[in-house]
Design a protein around this ligand. Structure first.
Ligand SMILES: NC(=O)c1ccc[n+]([C@@H]2O[C@H](COP(=O)([O-])OP(=O)(O)OC[C@H]3O[C@@H](n4cnc5c(N)ncnc54)[C@H](OP(=O)(O)O)[C@@H]3O)[C@@H](O)[C@H]2O)c1
Length: 218
């Protein structure tokens, strides 16, 4: 039977690479991002993961089109503009927390019951090297990605047999997000298209036995 993936933040960067790669492998894919998009996906909705009602509608509609996901990939995220923590404006700090943590929880709240009903599936929460170590000028982002690690391990304890949740550090990839952090310094790293070659087999290999693990795309 066709496998199903739902991916948040699939308009560009790693989300788009995962959507393209899984489609190429014959998966049914549904996804969302804020940008309106001409999309080859089974179901695409333009939404902000901060809006719970929109996330709920996305999950209901995607469920009708593809069925519940075998892979739920919580990828949508923001990074703050590099600055010492006390120089990050309150609105920017709020946006990073709201998208990276509360947005992820919104998706889990409305998608995981459908996966539990189906009795199987893996939740992949995008973490970061900065979810396990830190650097200057990215404290808001680090706070959320360390939060993703804790949220994922606790979620793993909540899940019934047959399901799993993992925190995934994708590595370092030249995307818009990395350019926000490092500008041209990002250009020495693989593109999302190059990263896809390792990421897709890695995603396809995940199993509930890894429930609660912190993993890295090797
Ligand atoms: N690139 C790296 O080296 C790296 C390293 C470690 C971890 N990561 C993690 O990997 C994931 C993907 O990163 P990336 O580098 O691909 O980032 P990116 O290029 O900035 O792409 C982020 C994606 O998320 C979407 N998005 C952002 N805010 C959203 C919102 N409020 N609602 C819905 N969608 C939203 C964006 O689309 P719209 O703007 O259209 O909404 C876009 O599709 C993130 O979780 C990031 O933290 C990346």
């Amino acid at each position: 039977m066709e496998q199903v993936a739902w991916i948040t933040g699939c308009s560009r960067g790693l989300g788009k690479a995962m959507a393209d790669g899984l489609l190429e492998r014959g998966w049914k894919v549904a996804g969302c991002a804020r940008s309106p998009l001409e999309s080859p996906l089974g179901h695409f909705q333009s939404l902000d993961v901060r809006q719970e009602s929109a996330v709920k509608e996305f999950c209901q509609q995607a469920h009708q089109v593809t069925g519940a996901p075998d892979l739920l990939i919580n990828n949508a995220a923001l990074v703050n503009r590099p600055a010492a923590l006390w120089e990050v404006p309150a609105e920017e700090f709020d946006a990073v927390i709201d998208v990276n943590l509360k947005g992820m929880a919104n998706v889990i709240r409305h998608a995981v019951p459908l996966m539990i009903e189906k009795g199987s599936g893996i939740i992949v929460n995008l973490s970061s090297g900065w979810g396990r170590s830190v650097s200057a000028e990215v404290a808001p982002y680090c706070a959320t990605k360390w939060g993703v690690e804790g949220l994922t391990k606790a979620l793993a304890e909540d899940l019934p047999r047959g399901l799993g949740a993992v925190a995934l550090n994708p590595g370092v990839i030249d995307t818009d997000m990395l350019r926000t952090c490092w500008a041209e310094g990002a250009s020495g790293f693989p593109t999302a298209e190059e990263w896809k070659a390792a990421a897709i087999p890695f995603l396809e290999s995940l199993s509930p036995r890894q429930n609660g693990a912190s993993l890295t795309v090797a």
